[in-house]
Write a protein of this length. Structure first.
Length: 349
């Protein structure tokens, strides 16, 4: 279904578009977001997010973020995506936002439109996210310690909670699981790796022929898809952090679910590897992250290896300043982390 076809099927749902100032103004007024006499002055795309339409709206009094989920990936409309991911994000805000140490590092949810899958969020500033770490900018010790402390708090605060709302989030897990554990290892997945980096296709072919590696990745897929004890962010990587004068703030929890905490921690470690962060950064994170009881460090490292693999030979590409040999070295490291997980491997990246 194309966006135009979808709009024809859902004429009663407000369709967010940065160019539609009058429509945005009218919708915000009807929703009770605008104060008496407040009006919209401008609207523009906010950030480079993949999943949703996210717009920074400036009124004559303030700036807010309006975000809408549609039943496709905003950056790649050819890929269907669960429309209800916005509901899962609302539920995450309802849980995590009730816990002060977590809420302090998140935007406030100002309004939720369930029918339209729209969220209005506090605007945390225009400094952008942390994707510049892939271009050689290093995390500071304060930034890493802040992120590690927040993640540990999230994983411990709701361990074995009976109030899980809709946060099984199986549809989003199924989508992410395909792109993380399955599609990168399919030989005919439609992705031209040679166009990304010459020589990368051969590294991918070697991994796909490694039957032991493929089998272990499939097992990790099953662990990811199984329900677990802890509330996870589900997409804990530099694109989900906003840089502010007070340190990093965490956004975009539409992949959130109750699962194994090793997944969040492993994904973040993978991005430290992909960004070629200096070795002290890994130690700061591992020292600052206080896991819940029963945490399996080997499982964390295996998830890290899988995330490195999918970011190199899957569709979710990153702005990496790496040549072919650098990417091949990381693919080799990804294999070792999955098959022979050891903390020492983080120091050899």
């Amino acid at each position: 279904m194309t966006p135009n076809e979808w709009r024809d099927v859902h004429p009663d749902v407000f369709f967010l578009a940065p160019s539609d100032l009058a429509g945005i103004d009218s919708w915000l007024e009807r929703s009770g977001v605008l104060a008496r006499g407040e009006s919209v002055r401008s609207a523009a795309k906010a950030g480079e997010g993949n999943m949703n339409c996210t717009v920074r709206v400036t009124t004559d009094r303030r700036s807010i973020i309006v975000k809408q989920a549609r039943p496709w990936v905003e950056k790649y409309p050819q890929f269907a995506a669960p429309w209800d991911r916005a509901l899962r994000e609302m539920e995450f805000f309802g849980l995590a936002g009730s816990h002060a140490p977590l809420a302090a590092r998140m935007p406030r949810l100002l309004h939720a439109d369930v029918a339209g899958r729209l969220l209005v969020l506090e605007d945390l500033g225009r400094d952008g996210d942390y994707t510049d770490v892939y271009e050689g900018i290093a995390f500071t010790d304060f930034e890493i310690e802040t992120l590690a402390a927040w993640l540990g708090e999230l994983h411990r605060a709701f361990r074995d909670a009976t109030d899980r709302r809709g946060l099984a989030n199986r549809e989003m897990r199924a989508l992410n699981g395909q792109h993380m554990f399955v599609i990168p290892l399919q030989p005919d997945n439609g992705l031209d790796l040679e166009a990304i980096t010459p020589g990368l296709a051969e590294g991918a072919r070697e991994l796909r022929l490694d039957t032991r590696f493929v089998a272990e990745v499939r097992l990790l897929d099953a662990v990811y898809m199984a329900d677990g004890p802890c509330l996870l962010h589900g997409d804990f990587f530099p694109g989900s952090f906003l840089r502010t004068a007070d340190g990093p703030l965490i956004i975009d929890p539409e992949f959130a679910f109750f699962g194994r905490p090793e997944f969040d921690a492993g994904v973040f470690l993978a991005h430290l590897l992909l960004a070629r962060q200096p070795s002290p950064v890994f130690e700061w994170f591992l020292a600052g992250y206080v896991p819940p009881d029963g945490f399996d460090e080997h499982l964390m490292l295996r998830f890290a290896g899988t995330e490195v693999m999918r970011r190199l030979i899957g569709y979710a590409q990153l702005p990496l300043s790496l040549d072919s040999s650098g990417r091949r070295r990381l693919l080799t490291l990804a294999r070792e982390l999955v098959l022979k997980p050891a903390r020492e491997l983080l120091r050899t990246a």
